[in-house]
Structure formats: structure tokens, C-alpha cells
Design a protein around this ligand. Structure first.
Ligand code: C5P
Length: 395
């Protein structure tokens, strides 16, 4: 990302993560300058930001001195993108109003560059009606909304409103400048685990978090595709611009995929679909009367193989999560399921695979093997989408 990012830091607790954000943006090749909003220096030291960005930090005040250096118009012109992270409820409201009451808001009014915000606030504040209206106003003006994520908050509450992690924000900002390799293409992605019910409260599932599939959906959207995301139950938020179809079981997922597969150009099966399901689902909660119980399972349909074996299949990409002999097993699947590409990854270690932010992948086609080293799943997804687009246009 050979781009200039003007990072606006507003006064929220997540500001302490911004030196890391500057570093992550720098690792992607961006040049970063920082504007601190009023009181943001209570949450992060300007000197830290100066050290990691390599530029003097701009304070909120528009003084004669600051305007004689790189003033608000120069900064507005300098930026390829203005990124506000963390974006508090207050700064979001002021952006909606078009306020120009301090340097950061003034630059936002003055710039022609795209603006992205990474909201960070208490979950109740995020759900507040005014915040919701403000977010839709910004979205309707083309402001890129990055997150927020769900989870534990600084105030001790749990819910939506946490700022995305710095690496994720950096990857998404990078993605905004990605090429348009999939413009006009329709991409369907399955993601997450499936849940195979035993009774109304219990079921069989796996550790898939949905992160890799959601990251691919986001990357495909950024590459211009229209994305349908068919997802099993997860705890993370799907990309807002994907058409998301929520499913529970493998049979549900199969039906949802088949429902519109004939309209797709590319199918990417990332979901960790349960291979088997209990033959029966008890209508009521199973009682623990017996010392032992046996569950008879039947095989689920292989969604990816069914798609790849259609008379007119889309370009099919599979994932192979293995604990050993990863590449050999993946190659076997490529052949057996008649896939165009397969992304093989090693699961079972603690650093990559299920539930971890990073992943490493070997991408295998009939003629090529490409190693994609360990990195954040968002960054990896962007590279994968670029490779998929390249392979797709070759056929
Ligand atoms: O055979 P295996 O389950 O290892 O293959 C993994 C690939 O197949 C993944 O892309 C996964 O999404 C897909 N799959 C599927 N339906 C199944 C099992 C796996 O779509 N029932």
C-alpha cells in the first residue's frame, strides 16, 4: 500500500492502541501522519506517535503556528485517505454535522480523500438511536465503516463497540486501495462451523471461528465482487456489504448454497462443515438416565463437491485444514472434488488455523504451488483473493 494515511485519533480508551496501528499501517507500506483530536493526548502519548510515524504529531488546535507549517488544507490534500481510529460517538456525531471545530474535523470537511472510521465506544452508546442514525448517515455518504467488533469492553461490559484490532484496521485500509480484479463478479463463500443438533439444546460442532471466511468475503467485496456469505453460527460480525445468509446445520448450508449457486461466478468453500450429523434430533432434551449412550451419525452432503460437480460449475476453491501431510492431502482433494484451487493450511498448532488471528496457506492448483507465509487473516485474504482472481481470469 504505497499510500498516505492521515490518522485522526479521537479521545477514547482505544487510542492507546494507535501506536501499534501506525506500525501496522507502516508495515503495509503506508506513510502515516497523525492528528490528535481534543483530549486524545490523555489516552496516548504524542511522543509515541511521533516516534512510530516519523512525523511531528498535529494537535487539535488550529494555531497561527500550525497553519504556517502543514495547515489544514495542506493536510487535506496530502492524504490519500483520512482514517479516524478510534472514532468516538462524539467525533462521529460531529462528522455527521460537518463541524469544523478543530483540526481533525476541519480536515474531514476540506478533504477530497475517502474517509474511514473505526468506531470504538461502550456497547450501549453504539446501540443508541442517535449513534445508529449517525452511522447510516456516514455510510450513505460513502464513509468506510471499519467494525466495530464485539467482545469485552474497557468498562467491563460485553457487546458490540470494541475497536477492531490494529492489524485488522490496517488490512482493511489497505484493502480499500486494492484493485478491482473481481468487479461485476458474483462470489459465494461458505464460512464458520455447522451445528448438528442432538436435541434442542445440544449439538455437535467444531472450533471454526468464521474469521478466514469473513476476511475473504471482505477482501472479495473490496475487489469489487458481489458477495453472498453463507455462514454457520459464529461470534463475529459479517462484512456489512455482503449478502449474509445465516444457517445452522450442514443440510441448511447445502440448501442455502444450492438455492443461488447458478448465479455465481466463483464459489469458495471455507466452512468447516460437519462431515456427519446425528441420524435423529430428539424433539425434547435428552435425559441423563443411561450410563452410556450411542449416537448414530449419517454422512452430510459434501457441499463443495456437489457444487464442483454441477453441470455448469462456478470456479471452485476449497480449503483443506489438516494436521499432517497437508499438501499431499490437499492435492488429493483438489483431484477428487474436481476443484480449480485448494488452499491448504495446517491446523492443530496454536499459532495458525482455527480461532487464531493469523494463518499460513499453501495454494495449490493443477500446475502451481504458491506458499503464502504466516500473516494476519485479513492480509492473507487479500492476497488469496488476488490469486483467485488471477486464476479465474486464466480459465
Ligand atoms: O474433505 P474436507 O472436509 O477436508 O474438505 C474441506 C473442503 O470441503 C472445505 O473447502 C469445506 O468447506 C468443504 N466441505 C464442504 N462440505 C462438507 C465437507 C467439506 O463443502 N460436507
Amino acid at each position: 500500500m504505497n499510500k498516505r494515511v492521515l490518522l485522526g485519533v479521537s479521545a477514547g480508551i482505544a487510542a492507546y492502541k494507535t501506536p501499534d496501528l501506525v506500525r501496522k499501517l507502516g508495515e503495509l507500506g503506508a506513510e502515516v501522519q497523525v492528528i490528535l483530536s481534543k483530549n486524545a493526548d490523555q489516552f496516548v502519548a504524542p511522543l509515541s506517535l511521533q516516534a512510530v510515524s516519523g512525523h511531528a504529531v498535529h494537535s487539535h488546535a488550529m494555531t497561527a503556528e500550525s497553519e504556517s507549517g502543514m495547515g489544514h488544507i495542506d493536510l487535506a490534500r496530502w492524504a490519500d485517505i483520512v482514517l479516524i481510529a478510534p472514532a468516538t460517538a462524539n467525533i462521529i456525531a460531529r462528522l455527521c454535522q460537518g463541524n469544523a471545530d478543530e483540526l481533525l474535523t476541519t480536515v474531514c470537511v476540506a478533504t477530497e480523500a475517502p474517509i474511514a472510521v473505526a468506531p470504538a465506544m461502550n456497547q450501549q452508546m453504539w446501540q443508541n438511536a442517535a449513534s445508529k442514525t449517525n452511522m447510516s448517515t456516514l455510510a450513505s455518504r460513502g464513509v468506510h465503516i471499519l467494525g466495530p467488533d464485539a467482545g469485552e469492553q474497557a468498562c467491563g461490559e460485553v457487546g458490540l463497540g470494541r475497536m477492531l484490532q490494529p492489524a485488522d484496521i490496517a488490512a482493511r485500509v489497505g484493502g480499500l486501495f486494492q484493485n478491482t480484479s473481481l468487479t461485476g463478479k458474483r462470489v459465494m463463500i461458505t464460512a464458520g462451523p455447522t451445528w448438528e443438533a442432538l436435541d434442542p439444546v445440544r449439538g455437535i460442532t467444531n472450533h471454526s471461528s468464521g474469521m478466514m471466511g469473513y476476511a475473504l468475503a471482505q477482501a472479495a467485496i473490496e475487489a469489487g465482487a458481489e458477495v453472498t456469505l453463507v455462514t454457520g453460527p459464529t461470534h463475529i460480525t459479517p462484512p456489512s456489504r455482503a449478502e449474509t445468509v445465516n444457517v445452522i446445520s450442514a443440510l441448511d448450508m447445502h440448501a442455502a448454497v444450492m438455492n443461488s449457486i447458478d448465479q455465481q461466478d466463483i464459489f469458495i468453500g471455507v466452512a468447516a462443515v460437519a462431515d456427519y450429523r446425528p441420524i435423529d434430533t430428539a424433539a425434547e432434551k435428552i435425559k441423563k438416565n443411561a450410563e452410556q449412550m450411542t449416537i448414530t451419525m449419517v454422512k452430510n452432503p459434501d457441499i463443495l463437491a456437489d457444487v464442483a460437480n454441477l453441470q455448469k460449475p462456478p470456479f471452485c476453491v476449497g480449503f483443506a485444514a489438516e494436521t499432517n501431510d497437508v499438501v499431499d492431502y490437499a492435492r488429493g482433494k483438489l483431484e477428487r472434488k474436481k476443484l480449480d484451487l485448494i488452499a491448504a493450511n495446517h491446523v492443530g498448532g496454536s499459532e495458525t488455523g482455527f480461532g487464531t488471528p493469523d494463518n499460513a496457506i499453501t495454494l495449490i492448483s493443477q500446475n502451481d504451488v504458491i506458499e503464502l507465509p504466516k500473516q494476519n487473516k485479513s492480509a492473507l485474504a487479500r492476497i488469496l483473493i488476488a490469486e483467485i482472481a488471477k486464476a479465474y481470469t486464466k480459465i
